[in-house]
Design a protein around this ligand. Structure first.
Ligand SMILES: [Zn+2]
Length: 236
């Protein structure tokens, strides 16, 4: 009888240990899965990367992209403030008139794509100038090339500061740079910058120049600023 009791107690203890063990395993196993499942989408992956993978954009000209140039990460705060008109000064357009930065295109042929939607809650905040691949891209105004940059959304890009260093001009989706265009190069309005292409997040069947004008912050960082509509400043 004693032996049976010991056996039963042993069974109970064993079952208890098993229960605890089994109870723990599921507790400890899931966390890693959840972490791995949630990790990829959120951190580090910029919005454009996700949008870039979405099925065919409903927009005719799907460069959701260009938008997400390095200018983007800071665009929300800047744009928000600009709209609210609270903390930051209202952006002011440069006094300079801008040359249509694609050879052979007249201002009258442009359409204002600045406010077009790109993705869920973003505006395009740039001008798309349609032109055949290889068409020369010209400097919209005088200014220094401050950065040649290749990005997933923008492809081959050029950032140019105006002489006052209050504004930046951004040229994206270039097929290639013009010879001699290097960082630090002073360009005059109309100088060759590069050639229209379809690099970055750009429809290969709709080559165009994505051109943006940005008012820089006092820090004058090429990737940061408040987008302004270049359309009203364009002249032939
Ligand atoms: Zn664009």
């Amino acid at each position: 009888m004693k032996k049976l009791m010991i056996f039963v107690v042993g069974l109970l203890v064993g079952a208890g240990v098993l229960f605890v063990l089994l109870g723990r395993v599921p507790d400890e196993a899931p966390p890693p899965e959840i972490v791995t499942a949630e990790a990829p989408p959120a951190p580090g992956v910029p919005a454009y990367a996700i949008e870039g993978q979405l099925p065919p954009a409903p927009v005719v000209e799907p460069d959701l992209s260009d938008a997400d140039l390095p200018l983007r990460p800071d665009a929300p705060p800047a744009g928000g403030n600009a709209t609210a008109g609270a903390a930051t000064p209202v952006p002011t357009a440069p006094a300079t008139r801008l040359l249509v930065p694609v050879q052979g295109i007249k201002a009258a042929e442009l359409s204002d794509t600045f406010d077009q939607a790109r993705g869920e809650q973003r505006r395009h905040e740039a001008l798309d100038i349609m032109a055949p691949k290889g068409t020369p891209v010209l400097a919209a105004a005088d200014g220094k090339v401050v950065k040649l940059f290749q990005s997933k959304p923008g492809g081959l890009t050029v950032y140019q500061f105006d002489p006052t260093e209050q504004y930046a001009y951004y040229y994206a989706h270039l097929d290639r740079y013009a010879d001699g265009v290097v960082e630090g190069k002073e360009l005059k309005r109309g100088d060759l910058v590069g050639y229209v292409g379809v690099t970055g997040n750009s429809d290969p069947n709709a080559p165009h120049l994505h051109f943006a004008l940005v008012q820089l912050t006092p820090e004058k960082q090429w990737w940061k600023g408040t987008p302004l509509n270049p359309y009203p400043l364009m002249t032939d």
